[in-house]
Design a protein around this ligand. Structure first.
Ligand code: SF4
Length: 64
């Protein structure tokens, strides 16, 4: 199973604009994962590639 994570976000908002399906602002104004469906979407790939601090990652989890 794959897991979508945001770590060390600086709150630029790019990923939320690019891929609102997967990201939203939390109460601190930082990006948080909204959905882990459709992880192959082009918008998500664009958001991952465009994050200025490489805060977004998709990892494979051990358990299925
Ligand atoms: S693009 Fe990166 S730094 Fe900007 S809001 Fe998204 S996760 Fe945070």
């Amino acid at each position: 199973m794959k897991k979508l994570e945001v770590n060390n976000c600086i709150g630029c908002g790019m990923c939320i604009g690019t891929d609102p399906e997967h990201f939203e602002f939390d109460s601190d104004g930082l990006s948080t994962v909204k959905s882990e469906e459709n992880l192959d979407s082009e918008a998500l790939q664009s958001a991952i590639a465009g994050c200025p601090v490489n805060a977004i990652s998709i990892t494979d989890t051990e358990e299925n």
